[in-house]
Design a protein around this ligand. Structure first.
Ligand code: BGC
Length: 926
């Protein structure tokens, strides 16, 4: 029986139209149709658009299901098909084919720049209290914001095309249409990126939208991230204050001739029905001002005479192909209920915290204004509470009714909100739940894992994490979808292993890492704490620019070593390492140089012994950073130093106590991962040299900070966890550090006292150091701070702080949708469900169900590159049954806890296995 070939992908995508790399990585999955068959060789032929042969790899003897065809480089703008043949060990040959295209390398079209008012530059420049204060005297948005521009280009075609591609991008966000129909189903294109360095071009197949004769290309242009209010400060016009779009509509006609339509003198623009639109502030749509048929052909020569011609401006920034899943509506949630709150307000509850916007049906008099305000929580009394503070962070949409008797429907175009509840103001008649739908928007990533068990609250925790990922994998990986919406590098690295398990993030993070590299290059090797780094927070000439002295940070900037490594581990794609290796090197060299030239604030070189000075000069500990950010005991007053602190001062206590230690600990982490990456790519000499440096840093750290009694620095859980996880304590002291960590956990009443950067490692460290029961107890702890406290207090996403909602229902003005603490899902998949990659790409997998833990059964899967790895296990007293499903190309070892015996072999080959296990008599007796 031949093999079955499925999931043919180029650069992790199905039939992508415009890749950035000219030599894509081609991958596929193998199925065996029930027969035992293994792949022994493959061959790939690549053909051009007209079937012409472009490349032939010949037969390659290998069982791999991935290839970067050596010697093939696609032509910019060309499209190809690849034809895969795989030979099985029974001699049979299977065949399948798929497509890919290469995006343009050079751009030859101008910007179309409509006549427009410039975007007002507003918002605070520094992170003072005003950045978090509601703008009490803010001028109404209508007086501050300008209307989006509507662009219209008429053109003639002698015949309906056989093929047409629209390549389009903008400074601002754009929505393209052809002859009145949307071109593609993407939203908020081209997304958010380091626009000053490069801007992505979207590619759409628009063959079906064009016709013989008159055609019209329409483009709506809004402020978006480019010109609108963004990031922690809510400041506008960060990248520019004029909106522009450029496009190439490439048409192939039936006679084989080609035409390219670019912006030209025919492009005219006007304002339309949208009065204003801003990512943060919201959108106002005046349906009384709608221009019917604005993007469709017309016989009325005068219809658009009042529209003004656009200026044609040279494109002066590199344009690159957008590769990956666009932002789309990924879910639609019906309103669950409409409440009248104690304060008498009408509030719609969608039952789920999310990122998106509301689609509303309404019928009423022309000119009626309906306003929708968004928030994630209700307060302790059950009243609507805007939990996001900050100038320009209104999160409110308005709709002016046209007065259509049949009713009208509206959803904003260029904004989104972080919300569960919507306050409805001015709705005519009595609102009914069926008139409101939440459109959840996100980059449309496939979900690649599941977890369902006998523990409903743990299942909900996983579900909440998926929702926080869905809400924050939106344009770039963000901290939260309401208050900041910023690409905080720390949040992403913390969550990266979970992110890669739960969703197909390869293309999304590949794109973001390209932004990290260009932002790093623009910062002399410093990896910024936010990518894209908004220019206003980044101007050294400003007093206290953005975040004061913190430009790079331990556990934030180290995303450049951690994220590529985690992606390599998950996808087995060495390009994540190859593409980022140089950036890793530059980053660790920067750390080394800063270490050699700075000392912690309290240290005076004159009073240090030579030996100590030499040690301190190895440690990256002389700069302020965020430390173990939000460590609970620094916020809840349980530490003596926290006495009397509140607000910002309390938040900054964790950095003050821990930054000197998280610096060198993450320095060790980055050195280790840089060394491992070099080694994985075959550069053993670099790996050895970097490892030697890591050894020296470890020794210096231990001598400077690790006490013989096992206490480290401020003696907090998080620091002990990181020191153990990153192997920064000498072997002889290790047992005492573990003992001290265990004591600290008990002193905290079996609660977490780990902040952002240490929490991903807490449960693994306890487990690996012989305290699995304590790890399990922390996982199912349900008083704060703990994961299940959130679940029990109504969380539908992961909160920014463990006590964002207090026992008495009091709500902190914090984000309810921060994925960082959801990092525990990676641990649950590995240690509870029991699926863990041992070799990159899961080629070797460990199956280690937690038969001694809190679950009676668990069913979970991870979609590895080779295919689905699934477990389904059930424990019944002293026996357990386990079903494991492995795709071709994946081998696994079953690894049960001591006290359990497996009936049969622990080494599993591809296929479905049903296994039994029982407790040993000794373990049953004890
Ligand atoms: C963000 C975080 C971020 C942090 C830096 C916050 O305001 O929401 O998630 O990583 O600042 O410490």
């Amino acid at each position: 029986m031949p093999l079955l070939l499925t999931d043919l992908r180029a650069d992790h995508l199905t039939d992508p139209l415009a890749l950035r790399r000219t030599t894509p990585r081609l991958t596929w999955r193998l199925g065996a149709d029930g027969t035992a068959c293994a792949a022994t060789a493959h061959r790939i032929r690549i053909t051009g658009a007209h079937g012409d042969e472009a490349h032939d790899t010949g037969w390659i003897e290998t069982s791999d299901a991935a290839l970067e065809p050596e010697g093939f480089a696609g032509e910019p703008g060309a499209e190809y098909r690849w034809h895969l043949a795989v030979r099985g060990d029974d001699g049979s040959v299977a065949e399948a084919s798929a497509g890919f295209g290469i995006g343009l390398a050079d751009w030859d079209a101008p910007w179309a720049e409509p006549v427009q008012e410039r975007v007002l530059t507003e918002g605070p420049l520094t992170l003072g209290p005003e950045a978090f204060a509601p703008a009490e005297d803010a001028t109404p948005p209508g007086e501050r914001l300008h209307p989006p521009r509507y662009l219209r280009q008429e053109f003639e075609l002698p015949a309906a095309p056989v093929s047409a591609r629209l390549r389009i991008t903008s400074q601002g966000v754009h929505q393209p249409s052809l002859n009145g129909l949307p071109a593609g189903d993407g939203l908020l294109a081209p997304g958010y990126e380091s626009y000053q360095h490069e801007i992505s071009v979207m590619t759409h197949d628009v063959t079906a939208l064009l016709r013989e004769g008159a055609n019209v290309l329409g483009v709506i242009l809004g402020d978006g991230w480019y010109a609108g209010r963004i990031s922690i400060l809510g400041r506008s016009a960060q990248y520019g204050d004029l909106l522009r779009a450029t496009w190439r509509l490439e048409v192939e006609l039936p006679d084989g001739t080609r035409r390219v339509i670019r912006p030209d003198a025919a492009v005219r623009s006007s304002r339309g029905a949208i009065d204003w639109s801003d990512i943060f502030i919201g959108e106002r749509h005046d349906a009384t001002a709608a221009v019917q048929g604005w993007d469709a052909p017309t016989d009325d020569a005068e219809a658009f005479a009042g529209w003004t011609p656009c200026a044609l401006v040279p494109v002066d920034v590199p344009l690159v192909p957008f590769v990956g899943e666009p932002i789309r509506r990924v879910r639609e949630l019906p309103a669950q209920s409409i409440l009248t709150t104690p304060a008498g307000e009408t509030v719609i509850d969608f039952g789920q915290v999310m990122a998106g916007r509301v689609r509303m049906r309404v019928r009423g008099e022309r000119g009626t204004v309906v306003r929708l305000e968004h928030a994630e929580v209700l307060d302790a009394e059950g009243d609507f509470l805007n939990n996001i503070l900050g100038v320009n962070k209104d999160q409110a949409d308005e709709y002016v009714l046209a007065g259509d008797e049949a009713g009208e429907e509206w959803e904003p175009l260029f904004t989104f909100h972080g919300f569960r509840y919507v306050k409805l103001i001015g709705y005519p008649g009595s609102p009914a739940p069926e008139d409101f739908t939440a459109a959840v928007i996100a980059n449309d990533l496939e979900q690649t894992a599941s977890f369902s068990s006998s523990h409903a609250r743990l299942d909900r925790l996983v579900e909440n994490t998926v929702w926080s990922q869905r809400s924050n994998f939106l344009a770039v990986p963000t901290d939260c979808p309401q208050r900041e919406r910023a690409g905080w590098t720390g949040d992403l690295q913390i969550f990266a292993p979970t992110a890669a398990t739960l969703m197909g993030v390869a293309a999304f993070l590949d794109r973001w890492l390209a932004n990290v590299r260009v932002d790093q290059a623009a910062h002399d090797g410093v990896v910024p704490i936010i990518v894209p780094m908004p220019p206003a927070m980044d101007d050294p000439d400003l007093p206290n620019a953005g975040l004061g002295d913190i430009r790079d940070a331990a556990g934030w900037s180290d995303a450049i070593t951690i994220a590529p490594w985690e992606l390599y581990r998950h996808y087995g794609d060495p390009r994540f390492l190859r593409d980022n290796l140089d950036a890793m090197r530059i980053w660790v060299e920067h750390q080394t140089a800063v270490a050699a030239s700075t000392l912690p604030a309290g240290l005076d070189p004159a009073t240090l012994s030579e030996e100590r000075l030499a040690r301190q000069r190895l440690l990256w500990n002389g700069r302020m950073n965020f430390g173990d950010w939000l460590a609970p005991s620094t916020l809840d007053g349980s530490r003596p130093e926290a006495d009397g602190l509140d607000g910002f001062a309390a938040i900054m206590l964790a950095p003050q106590l821990t930054a000197e230690l998280t610096g060198p600990l993450f320095q060790i982490r980055s050195l280790d991962l840089y060394a491992a990456s070099a080694e994985a790519l075959g550069d053993t000499a670099t790996a050895a040299q970097v490892r030697a440096q890591a050894t020296a840093v470890r020794a210096a750290f231990a001598a400077e900070y690790v006490g013989d009694d096992g206490r480290i620095g401020p003696d907090m859980q998080g620091i002990a966890v990181l020191a153990l996880a990153f192997d920064a304590v000498p072997a002889e002291v290790r047992p005492r550090v573990v003992e001290r960590l265990v004591e600290l956990v008990h002193e905290a009443g079996i609660h977490l006292d780990t902040g952002f950067v240490s929490v991903p490692f807490l449960l693994d460290v306890l487990w690996d150091e012989g305290h699995p029961d304590l790890a399990r107890a922390l996982l199912i702890q349900d008083t704060a701070p703990s994961w299940l406290y959130e679940v029990d207090h109504g969380a539908t996403t992961i909160w920014e702080a463990w006590r964002a909602v207090h026992e008495d229902g009091t709500v902190e003005r914090m984000s309810m949708n921060h994925y960082a603490f959801g990092c525990v899902v990676d641990w649950m998949m590995r240690r509870l469900a029991g699926i863990e990659a041992v070799e990159p790409g899961y080629r070797r997998t460990r199956i280690a169900p937690d038969l001694d833990g809190v679950l009676d059964h668990c069913r979970a899967h991870v979609d590895a590159p080779a295919g689905r790895i699934a477990v389904d296990w059930r424990r019944d007293g002293a026996t357990a049954e386990l079903t494991v499903e492995l795709p071709l190309g994946v081998g696994a070892d079953v690894d049960l806890a001591p006290g359990w015996i497996l009936d049969g072999s622990a080494a599993l080959s591809p296929g479905i296995h049903t296994l039994r296990a029982r407790r040993t008599e000794e373990s049953t007796a004890s």
